[in-house]
Every structure is written in C-alpha cells, then in structure tokens.
Design a protein around this ligand. Structure first.
Ligand SMILES: Cc1cc2nc3c(=O)[nH]c(=O)nc-3n(C[C@H](O)[C@H](O)[C@H](O)COP(=O)(O)O)c2cc1C
Length: 347
C-alpha cells in the first residue's frame, strides 16, 4: 500500500472503497483499502482528511482535497508558483464546466508547503503505508514549479532550471528524511500536456536532464516515467488524446521519454528502478522488460474495465476494452457505483 499523491475524482481510485476510508484514514489507520491523496491538485493544494482548516500566509483557509467542483463553488484558493490560470480551465474540459483556476494564490514561501509534505508523509507512515510516490506531473503543483510557462518566479524557485527543480527536490528530500530513499518514488511526465502544462522540447530536455540525475543520485526506490503528451500509445486515448500540444511545444517525430531518460535511470549499478506508465499494454510492457529497458509498468485505466486485470494478464485472457468513453474514468457520473462496480470479471 503506497501513499500516492494526485487527483481523486468522486470515486475510489486504485483501491476499492478508498473514498469511504479516505475520510477516516488518520483516525483509523489500519484499513487495507484506501488511498490518501495528500497534496497538490492542479494549482490547488489538498491535505489531510477531508475538510481541514489550516493557516497559510497568516490566514486560516479551509482545504478540501477531493471534490474540485466544491473548491470552485466555495472560492477557496488554488496555490501555484505563479498566478497563471491554466488555459481551458482545470482538470478536464467538460461541457459547461470552465474550471476553477482563476482563484489563484501565488505561494510566498514554498518552504511552508515543503513542511506540509513532511507532516503528511509522516502521518502516512503512522497510518501504515509502505511508501510514498510523489506526483510531479499532470499540471499539479510540483509540476507547475518545473515549467517556465507556469513558473514565473524571480526568487530561488524560479528562473534557472536548477531553481525550477528546487521545490521538487526539497519535497523529495523531506520525504526521504521520513521514509528513506528506497521507499520514496516519484512520478514524472516530461512530455506532459495535461492541464496546459506542456513545455518546449528544449526546456523539457534541459529540465529533466537535470532533474532525473538528481533524483537517481538520491537513490530513490523508483522513478515512474509517464509518456502522456507524446504520440506513442493509444491515438484514441479517451482522456488525453496525444498530439494536442500547443505551438512551440512540438516534440520530435516518434518522441519517447523512455528513450531519452530511461538510460539515465536504468543502468548497471543504479539503485533506482524504472517504472513506466501511460497507455502501455501487457505485451509492450513484457517486451520492454525482456529487453532490459524497464523494471516495472503501471496500469491505470484498464483496471476499471477489467476488475480482474492481474488474473487476466497472468492467464493470457484478452482485456475488456472501454467502450463507454472517457467519462468512465473521471466522471461525471450518474450514480456512485457507475463504472467501477459493473464490469464483469472473465470467468
Ligand atoms: C480514476 C483515476 C484516478 C487516477 N488518480 C491518480 C492519482 O491519484 N495519482 C496518479 O499519479 N495517477 C492517477 N491516475 C492516473 C493513472 O495512474 C495513470 O497514470 C493513467 O491512468 C495512465 O495509465 P493507463 O494508460 O494505464 O491508464 C488516475 C487514473 C484514473 C483512471
């Protein structure tokens, strides 16, 4: 059970029942099936167990971690390195839902947030998790520090590549202090374009060419390298179709972050395992493992239409393909069970 930062929609995510136990995780820390998403939705920040009032910048702010429309309705702020709304709104562009990234507060002192991470991951340890995966992609807070389009800071956390990577590395370092490097991982997505997060190829190369070796030097347990935003994978991707990158952020033909950054992570003597993600099939993943190019793969969406995904892969049973469209994954939904509980197992 790993604490995994990131978004939670209106539903349990990777572990059935997660949402139910989510609220009680800190009081009842021994649940087997839950997820705490502890920080950083896109340009806002969520912490702890449900509603929470926390002091930020001399003010008491209410935080809610889960339901982004609620944040939108209540007008609670979106924290960001710089006050720059994501074009097209937040999270997903849904009809009639313009997003809520207007209500942005630029973080004055990132060290306050670093300390919040320290507290959250210490709580996760008390709660019995096995490790922490830091989410640094998808246009969430950490990712926003990395990119020069979302980070216009003029202090030590903006400007140069080293400065833009500083926040992530400070967060990683406090996680390592609590957990040790072997139980700390990070998810990065150099070509990401979700939520208006794309950067130019030159910047991508320079930023991750600096960041990745810094992470490997810390002997992290794993780096989860996501390939969203490039033309690989499923061209009919229902959630984030490839090749939607803005002008100036084009990638070289056939660009694959695994080719560019894989060898910086997976090499003889490296203590950091290389995990890959986004649109992989079991066949492609097996081939890459056999070729010695990756150590691990993560599957996300196939788990929803295949509740028995692992068994199917083990037994060579064909996977059910989602024929219900992108709303299956992140809503909006009509009922709370829809999608998650109504796909059959293969007999
Ligand atoms: C409902 C849902 C919730 C997700 N929540 C998270 C999350 O909290 N953190 C995260 O890093 N990724 C999250 N993801 C993304 C997946 O981890 C994965 O990166 C993505 O689905 C791409 O992999 P796939 O092509 O195998 O689905 C979520 C995916 C889905 C479908």
């Amino acid at each position: 059970m790993w604490l995994k930062g990131g978004q939670v929609g209106r539903k349990p995510v990777l572990w059935p029942g997660s949402q139910i136990h989510y609220l009680t995780v800190l009081q009842a820390p021994r649940y087997e099936e839950y997820e705490i998403s502890y920080l950083t939705e896109n340009r806002f920040n969520y912490l702890g167990d449900g509603f929470d009032v926390r002091e930020y910048d001399g003010r008491d702010l209410m935080w809610y971690y889960e339901n982004m429309p609620l944040l939108k309705e209540t007008g609670y702020p979106v924290l960001a390195p710089s006050k720059i709304p994501a074009a097209g709104g937040k999270y997903r562009t849904l009809p009639g839902a313009p997003g809520h990234t207007q209500n942005i507060i630029e973080i004055d002192n990132p060290k306050i947030i670093v300390e919040q991470f320290r507290k959250s991951v210490a709580l996760a340890k008390d709660a019995g998790f096995d490790g922490v995966e830091l989410l640094s992609q998808g246009g969430y807070l950490l990712h926003n520090f990395l990119g020069s389009r979302s980070n216009k800071r003029t202090d030590n956390y903006g400007g140069s590549t080293e400065n833009r990577c500083r926040f992530i590395l400070e967060v990683i370092d406090v996680i390592i202090e609590i957990w040790g490097p072997g139980r700390t991982g990070i998810k990065i997505c150099p070509p990401d374009d979700l939520q208006d997060s794309a950067i130019s190829y030159d910047e991508l190369s320079e930023t991750y060419g600096y960041l990745v070796p810094q992470l490997v030097a810390r002997e992290l347990g794993f780096i989860n390298l996501c390939r969203r935003g490039c033309l690989l994978g499923d061209p009919d991707d229902e959630v984030s179709p490839p090749n939607s990158r803005p002008q100036g952020c084009e990638l070289p033909p056939g660009y694959d972050p695994l080719q560019q950054f894989g060898p910086m992570i997976k090499y003889p003597g490296s203590k950091t395992k290389l995990m890959v993600n986004h649109g992989y099939t079991p066949e492609e993943a097996n081939r890459l493992v056999q070729e010695g190019k990756i150590d691990l793969v993560t599957f996300g969406r196939p788990f929803i239409s295949n509740p028995d995904l692992v068994t199917r892969i083990k037994n060579g049973v064909p996977l059910a393909i989602n024929d219900r469209g992108g709303d299956l994954y992140y809503g909006p939904y009509k009922t709370v069970d829809e999608g998650y509980n109504d796909w059959p197992c293969a007999v």
